[in-house]
Design a protein around this ligand. Structure first.
Ligand code: ATP
Length: 433
């Protein structure tokens, strides 16, 4: 692959391109060296769209941020973390806000496995060396004199070409076991192989058992972020298989060993339809969204654990109250449906009507094939009465609870007979008054 990608950069969105040029010029004026790094470089080389601009500055991101704010009236400082030597600026370009992450080139020292690292300012080489994989450790200069020049210190270009996920040093997974999940994510997302030695070290890290039940020992939010990325991938079957095959599940709980079969049982695919293809995902009111869609598969994985264990895992993984509610609502509705001898469209309606799209997906996936659930998603959830409480009041019903009860009974009739029109509804109301 080539070592200057100016031509590729010229093809990205014009405003983003101009910003890169401008930031390069200001860096030069201040005697700083700035590089585009991370996912955007990787994706540009692979031909994917990615406009998440991450810039590493040799040496002071803070200084560059201050100069940018001073020089460009449309640039504001949105965050600054002295401890991590990072800053974020936002450019307002014709009404569009373009965030840019700036970080001083830095190295990280891990004092013990999975600890949060100590961060200190260093040069570009060490900054790239602290990264997860060779394909994510490429940098591109944005200085005017060599704009677009690739810095490839670890053969990331070769690994991109050969579709390999490769760590940068032997202790990488021990320093930061979330890289195990990231290895799985990039392998699935990009269709890459985890390179042999990397695979061996990954397996050794998992087999050492030191990361078993990891979320009980360290803050679970970093693990959660990575699981969310993994379970939001479009090829969810592949993602769930990877979760089990690489042993990622052990970081959540070794009790999940018994759930291995879900990766092969077809349930995932059934859920996949729902989350990505079906009406629930696309249809207005009941749309799953990217930040919560992953919970459907997470629920599938923890479903057979005791509720105490589920509770503990969700807490350790630092799920929010809303996220926990999505999962619990799904499980509760599922249990209620399972207690019924048989279900029909009205029973399904009562159990599902107050649930979020994600909770409905959980029920659909775990209940097994059931036409009434499909019907609920496609039709029943959209059935509305044409008459209102006002009509009942005109017919002489007193304002109060009774109105809601009558409307509910008419709606149940309409669920069984969707062709009812306004006159039919009124006739039904007359019978009930
Ligand atoms: P995507 O855009 O698909 O999320 P990305 O590579 O931008 O991919 P991020 O999680 O945003 O992913 O990380 C940005 C960069 O930071 C990575 O490319 C990598 O260089 C570095 N990085 C992120 N997490 C780690 C980690 N746990 N260990 C080492 N480097 C990391």
């Amino acid at each position: 692959m080539k070592s200057n990608i100016k031509d590729k950069l010229q093809k990205i969105d014009k405003d983003h391109y101009t910003l890169l040029i401008d930031i390069g010029k200001v860096s030069k004026e201040e005697g700083l060296k700035s590089y585009l790094v991370g996912g955007m470089v990787r994706d540009l080389l692979l031909g994917f769209d990615n406009l998440d601009i991450d810039i590493v500055v040799e040496n002071s991101a803070k200084l560059l941020a201050e100069k940018l704010v001073k020089k460009f009236p449309n640039c504001e400082l949105s965050a600054k973390h002295d401890r991590f030597h990072t800053a974020k600026v936002i450019f307002n370009v014709n009404g569009e806000k373009i965030p840019i992450d700036l970080a001083s080139s830095r190295e990280e020292i891990y004092e013990h496995p999975a600890a949060l690292p100590k961060v200190s300012v260093s040069d570009l080489k060490r900054d790239l060396y602290r990264r997860d994989f060779t394909i994510n450790a490429l940098a591109v200069s944005i200085l005017p004199e060599d704009f677009g020049e690739i810095v490839d210190l670890f053969d990331g270009l070769l690994d991109l070409k050969e579709k390999k996920i490769r760590i940068l040093h032997e202790l990488s997974f021990i320093d930061d076991p979330t890289r195990i999940i990231r290895a799985g994510r990039f392998a699935c997302k990009l269709g890459f192989e985890i390179e042999e030695n990397t695979k061996r070290l990954l397996k050794e890290a998992i087999d050492s058992r030191q990361f078993d039940n990891l979320i009980e020992k360290i803050r679970g939010d970093r693990v959660k972020i990575e699981i969310r990325y993994l379970f939001n991938l479009p090829d969810i079957e592949h993602a769930v298989r990877t979760f089990f095959n690489l042993g990622i599940y052990r970081m959540i709980s070794i009790d999940l060993e018994s759930r291995r079969d879900v990766a092969y049982g077809g349930d995932v695919a059934y859920g996949g339809d729902v989350a990505y293809g079906g009406d629930v995902a696309c249809g207005g009111d009941v749309a799953c969204n990217v930040s919560t869609g992953w919970l459907i598969y997470f629920a599938l994985i923890i479903k057979d654990l005791s509720s105490d264990r589920q509770e503990k895992i969700m807490k350790n993984l630092q799920l929010t109250a809303d996220e926990i509610k999505i999962i619990k609502d799904g499980f509760n509705a599922l249990n209620k449906l399972k207690e019924q001898q048989s279900v029909d469209s009205v029973i399904i309606y009562h159990e599902l009507r107050n649930l979020s799209a994600e909770s409905i997906c959980i029920v659909k996936m775990l209940y097994g094939i059931n036409n009434f659930i499909d019907e609920y998603i496609e039709k029943t959830s959209k059935i509305k009465l044409e008459i209102t409480g006002q009509d009942l009041i005109h017919m002489g019903v007193k304002e109060g609870k009774k109105i809601g009860e009558i409307l509910e009974q008419i709606l149940e009739k309409k669920i069984k007979n969707a062709s009812m029109n306004k006159n039919d509804e009124l006739a039904e109301a007359r019978k009930l008054i």
